[in-house]
Design a protein around this ligand. Structure first.
Ligand code: HEM
Length: 159
């Protein structure tokens, strides 16, 4: 990953604030579903819960704790791309089997950055921080994409 030391430290610091902003965690998926209604159907635990009732939904809270834990683990690996690649294999596989597409991951990136800006404010999430997170997220998705291609090839060879 071509993040500079400064970018890594910006990501570390901003993410620390996000980890402490538990109340805002559920907003990520709520914003994603508001923009891409059909994505909510993939989440069996709360597929049919109206958006305005999702904020305090326990299953969504559990889901978002898992998402935050994965991002936290990724951030611990920022200095070591191989560790990041190894870590994301399981995540890629589980999403691949749930018909989550790369396009969905990419669309989540836009919502993800807005979620950081809305939660932390534009003074913390300034241009530099947005650029660092953009690069982080692009790398994250590119690793998942490589695994998806590998899984596609394996499936094609099994036919
Ligand atoms: C930042 C990107 C994402 C992260 C870190 C993430 C993380 C996770 C984690 C940790 C789990 C639970 C454990 C597991 O199965 O691995 C999970 C489950 C799931 N994720 Fe993601 N995810 C991301 C993006 C997405 C996107 C874009 C979608 C689709 C729109 C999606 C759909 C799902 C679904 C359907 C489940 C299963 C939920 C259930 O238990 O019913 N994820 N995700």
């Amino acid at each position: 990953m071509s993040l500079t030391e400064k970018q890594r430290s910006v990501i570390h610091d901003t993410w620390k604030s996000m980890q402490q902003s538990r109340k805002a965690w559920n907003d990520l998926l709520i914003s994603l579903f508001a923009k891409h209604t059909e994505y909510q159907k993939l989440f069996k635990g709360f597929a049919n819960v109206p958006l305005d009732q999702l904020r305090d939904n326990k299953r969504l809270t559990t889901q978002m704790a898992a998402v935050v834990a994965v991002i936290s683990a990724c951030i611990e690996c920022l200095h070591d791309e191989n560790a990041l690649i190894d870590m994301l294999k399981g995540l890629a596989l589980r999403h691949y089997h749930r018909n989550v597409t790369i396009q969905m991951f990419e669309n989540m990136g836009v919502v993800f950055i807005s979620w950081l800006v809305d939660t932390l404010g534009s003074q913390t999430m300034d241009e530099e921080a947005i650029a660092a997170w953009g690069l982080f997220y692009t790398t994250f998705v590119s690793i998942i994409k490589r695994y998806y291609e590998e899984f596609d090839n394996k499936n094609a060879n099994n036919i």
